[in-house]
Design a binder for this molecule. Sequence first.
Ligand SMILES: Cc1cc2nc3c(=O)[nH]c(=O)nc-3n(C[C@H](O)[C@H](O)[C@H](O)COP(=O)(O)OP(=O)(O)OC[C@H]3O[C@@H](n4cnc5c(N)ncnc54)[C@H](O)[C@@H]3O)c2cc1C
Length: 399
Amino acid sequence: MDLKTDPKLEDFRADVRAFFENEFPKDILAKTAKGASLTTEEVRKSEAALGSKGWLAAGWPAEHGGPGWSLEEQYVFDEELERAGVPTVTPMGVVYVGPIIYTFGTDEQKQRWLPGIREGREGWAQGYSEPEAGSDLASLQFSAVKEGDEYVLNGTKIWTSAAQHADWIFCLARTDSSGKKQEGISFIIAEMDRPGITVAPIITIDGKHALNQVHFDNVRVPADYLIGEEGKGWTYSQYLLGHERTSYARIGGKRKQLAHIRKIASSVPDGGNHRLIDDPAFARKLAEADLAVDGLEMTVLRVLSAVKDGGAPGKEASIVKILATETAQQITTLYLDTAGFNAQRGFADSVSPDWLEGGMATSHAAPGVSTYFGTRAQSIYGGTNEIQHNIIAKRVLGL
Ligand SMILES: Cc1cc2nc3c(=O)[nH]c(=O)nc-3n(C[C@H](O)[C@H](O)[C@H](O)COP(=O)(O)OP(=O)(O)OC[C@H]3O[C@@H](n4cnc5c(N)ncnc54)[C@H](O)[C@@H]3O)c2cc1C
């Protein structure tokens, strides 16, 4: 995959950039630039702006209403989206469940769910993890019992990202406990406002409300909310994780962060008399982070190049997940270097909306520290990095 030599790709890039500069809602860009969290309405507005252009489901083939872009075009699009500072697209709909529905769902299910996902009208949450089932996900106990033409759902999902914004949740549920634990799991969808569902917020160390615990108490859903075959949910979930793990690369966003850090480090801090960028130890760390992003980019392009016919990335996606996490943590640690003593003070003020508009040298600390804490969680979500090492050892290297 060569992104640098094709003039058609440069025309494509110019079109995408013009859209973000001229047509994307400016109030959303301004709020995101200040490091502030978006409300549910703002998330919808942001995603609907992409959806109305037909660009939200960027990775979908044309037959399912996507733009049908090549991998190169998708890659350029992601770069431009991050460069413009567009809020990260909530992946649960377009990246995770959409491809499962169009690959394994019935025609009726595709008609019911795909338009709302690709147009950004409906939000989704991913109900996999449970209080006693994370890395060992196949031991999950959340149950779905068939009664007539309904399933009755009971149990608790935890660490459910964006559940407070979601209209729908897709769950892994146990429909059979008799055989191998992977074989009794099914993939079932529910509306978030069904009677019996309650959402409890979890506030994380970065001061944000992104996570939730979702309780299901005798929640009834139609039997045709089951995707594919009963007992095959594990297979579908593994297919989905390849998409999820490569989606963590976010090269454009990382380059933007590095440019921001370089800008901060190039200014003279309040009360100081030298620039951090002139410190050889810091300059070395910055150069190492630049190289890490280049390495990550090459790796993700190699993994994506191996994807055939609109399929999902293979087990090599685990390599991207580890590298993307380590690089994100390497970069956000540089924010702490630049923040100095302001980091502690800044964390207390981390909701300050004016971090970019104030003097760079002091006001960058708050979101920098929040981002630092936020990226620690990346080693955990999408399957912990230790588990990814196990997958690489067994399934990629065959050890
Ligand atoms: C920010 C964030 C967002 C999330 N969003 C979602 C979401 O939207 N939906 C969802 O379903 N889940 C979500 N999760 C949950 C996430 O997928 C789980 O936290 C993760 O799979 C780990 O499970 P656990 O927390 O139960 O940890 P555990 O599985 O209990 O692991 C604890 C520690 O033991 C290590 N460990 C466990 N087993 C092994 C092993 N076999 N070999 C080596 N080391 C091992 C782990 O690496 C980890 O360090 C999210 C988590 C976070 C932090």
